[in-house]
Design a protein around this ligand. Structure first.
Ligand SMILES: O=C(O)c1cc(=O)[nH]c(=O)n1[C@@H]1O[C@H](COP(=O)(O)O)[C@@H](O)[C@H]1O
Length: 272
């Protein structure tokens, strides 16, 4: 999927919402447990209910890997079920020596048909470039994450002018351009968006951490938006577990609609 295609979807839907499919078997409403594949059935109903209000889906692979081979099957079926007009992110946070990264890339881009994979930058250029060899597929590199532990390394000052995450951005942005590379910046780090936009004005940012983690959608939209919108804001638990009853899909739709309506206002106000 190209950058222009993502932007077109954003304009059409008036939304830059990504729904995170972090499905936990124990949290699925009871009435779905008799299904052959309750995880897939749950995802299917969530996708059907939220499709009008979002432009991307992001299953975090951990939630599927934890269920063994059945989980991988549910993940594959879920990615196949999502229509191709949506940006499909395999949130796998991979990255290894080049020879191994090449196989991770094939797993998620060829077997799973994902459009993008999240990648950890710690092992450097040769661990990331194998993911960049697939036409119209994307690498989403961890830059400044939403969790408290991001302070342990990412915001360490390397010099009086540069923190580690800034070095990650400035070095890696030379490995590929904004047509293939995105960055993860946590919604809980809204105060950094203005500065990050100076470093990478063109790139899309995947922004997790609204909803349950408490990130500020208004602030990050104000400082993070660029001429392509440049934002994909992820919400997982606040959407998929909006209710744990029979009305879970209706409540997920309500929550995504609420977020879409808020996003439409920010697109009107901040899209340059
Ligand atoms: O790469 C990610 O998606 C990610 C990066 C980050 O900095 N913080 C973060 O929460 N995530 C993921 O985004 C999702 C957030 O889920 P909720 O907090 O339930 O919306 C989870 O799948 C996390 O693993």
């Amino acid at each position: 999927m190209t950058k222009e295609e993502i932007f077109n979807q954003i304009k059409q839907k008036q939304s830059y919402l990504c729904v995170g499919l972090d499905t936990v078997l124990q949290k699925i409403p009871r009435h779905l447990h008799s299904e052959k594949d309750p995880v897939f059935e749950f995802n299917k109903q969530i996708i059907d209910a939220t499709a009008d209000f979002c432009v991307a889906y992001k299953p975090n692979t951990a939630f599927y890997e934890a269920l063994g081979s059945k989980g991988w099957e549910s993940l594959q079926k879920t990615l196949e079920y999502i229509p191709d007009t949506f940006f499909k992110i395999a949130d796998a946070k991979r990255g290894d020596i080049g020879n191994t990264s090449q196989l991770y890339a094939r797993a998620f881009f060829e077997q799973m048909q994902a459009d993008a994979i999240t990648v950890a930058p710690y092992m450097g250029k040769d661990s990331v470039t194998p993911f960049l060899g697939f036409p119209d597929k994307w690498v989403i590199l961890l830059a400044l994450t939403s969790n408290p532990g991001s302070a342990d390394f990412q915001t360490t000052a390397l010099t009086s002018e540069e923190m580690l995450f800034e070095k990650v951005i400035s070095v890696s942005s030379k490995w590929a351009d904004a047509s293939q590379l995105m960055y993860v910046v946590g919604a809980t780090k809204a105060e950094q968006f203005k500065h990050i936009r100076k470093l990478i004005p063109e790139h899309f940012l995947l922004v997790p951490g609204v909803g349950t983690q408490g990130g500020d959608l208004a602030l990050l939209s104000q400082f993070g938006m660029n001429k392509y919108c440049g934002l994909l804001v992820n919400a997982s638990r606040s959407v998929i577990y909006a209710s744990n009853g029979k009305d879970f899909a209706v409540q997920a739709a309500n929550e995504t609609k609420r977020m879409q309506e808020e996003m439409a206002k920010y697109l009107e106000k901040y899209l340059v």
